[in-house]
Write a new protein. Structure first.
Length: 125
């Protein structure tokens, strides 16, 4: 894993939580830690340096063109996580496929949370 943590701003936990409660454990973020201003999904680690994906409460947040892409190990994993996201209410859902004829190794699905934050699950052969 090449990052320490992600802090994603959301306007309302209740609005977006079903999606993140579904996809993040499916991606291995199995330990939950939450407070009134944040919800953190941690990946297990042998020390106290667990990578985590955090939702930070910010009622003034407005989504933009930024996208968070989760890299997985196979096309089957893209399909599985995309299905989890769709079933959990992902919006603007684009089913998994090879998106660029010039780059047939890039297989991805795109979707948004209820706030409009852009997400992706991708496999590169």
């Amino acid at each position: 894993m090449l990052y320490d943590h992600i802090d994603l701003r959301v306007t309302n936990f209740e609005k977006v939580r079903a999606l993140y409660d579904a996809i993040l454990p499916a991606l291995g973020f199995s330990r939950l830690n939450e407070g009134p201003e944040d919800i953190n999904y941690h990946r297990p680690a042998k020390n106290h340096a667990e990578p985590f994906f955090g939702l930070m409460l910010d009622p003034k947040h407005r989504p933009n063109g930024s996208r968070i892409a989760f890299r997985v190990d196979s096309r089957q994993e893209v399909d599985r996580i995309a299905n989890v996201a769709r079933n959990a209410g992902a919006r603007a859902f684009e089913p998994a496929e090879t998106y660029d004829a010039d780059h047939p190794y890039y297989y991805a699905a795109f979707f948004e949370d209820a706030d409009g934050n852009k997400l992706e699950v991708v496999y590169r052969e």
